[in-house]
Design a protein around this ligand. Structure first.
Ligand code: ZN
Length: 86
């Protein structure tokens, strides 16, 4: 099974200019939502992904916390930066 995580929408959630830490809520094409933690120093880097529990995980189908999204950090970061989502 191949699961393609595609970011459909992203909204700013929290920012701390002093520490250079930014949080965004991303909605994926499969309706899953996750919180993205970015640092900007000076380049943007995705340093963490937490799946929100609005639907079961699109990868492992668990209804509870799992680490699947963390395994796709590089892919999610690429989409955000290439598509200028933040
Ligand atoms: Zn999972």
């Amino acid at each position: 099974m191949s699961t393609k995580l595609v970011i459909k929408d992203i909204v700013a959630s929290d920012r701390n200019e002093q520490t250079g830490l930014y949080q965004y809520i991303a909605t994926l094409s499969n309706s899953a939502k996750c919180r993205l933690f970015f640092s900007k120093n000076p380049d943007w880097k995705l340093i963490g992904v937490n799946r929100l529990l609005n639907i079961p995980c699109p990868i492992c189908r668990k209804d509870y916390y799992c680490n699947c999204m963390s395994n796709h950090t590089a892919e999610l970061e690429r989409q955000v930066l290439e598509n200028n989502l933040i």
